[in-house]
Structures are given as C-alpha cells and as structure tokens.
Design a protein. Sequence first.
Length: 82
Amino acid sequence: MKIQVLGSGCPTCKNLYEITQKAVGEMKLDAQVEYITGNEGIQKIVELGVVSSPVLAVDGKPAMVGFTPDIEKIKEAIKKNI
C-alpha cells in the first residue's frame, strides 16, 4: 500500500504527514508514507483533479482533501481505501 501526503509544504501539510505516519504505525500497516511538497506536490494534486491541499492519497486515489483531521478520521479514510 502506498500512502501519500501531497501539498505545498505548509505547516498544515506537514501536520497531516506526521499524523498519517502515526496512524499507519498504530494500525500496523505495511505501507509506505510519502510526503510530496512544492512544485511536485502541487503537480500531483492537479493530476488527481483536486483543487485544494493538503491531500491524503491512498494507492493513487484521494482519500481526504483540504484539511487535517484527527488521527481517528485518518485511520477511517485509510481503511475505506484499502
């Protein structure tokens, strides 16, 4: 499983990345969490057809867009997209 946090590199994006790493660890998933920011992050957001950041993507599909939720909501989003 591949999980990506995409964004501009702002504090909100970094927070989503950190919480996502914690969620994946607590769920004991065999998953790679990538943090892609700057021009590359924005380009990937555009490729997904999304207009807001940050984006939590699971296996190349947007799971959450535009906000940093609490850890339980991140876990739910990951489970829905496994």
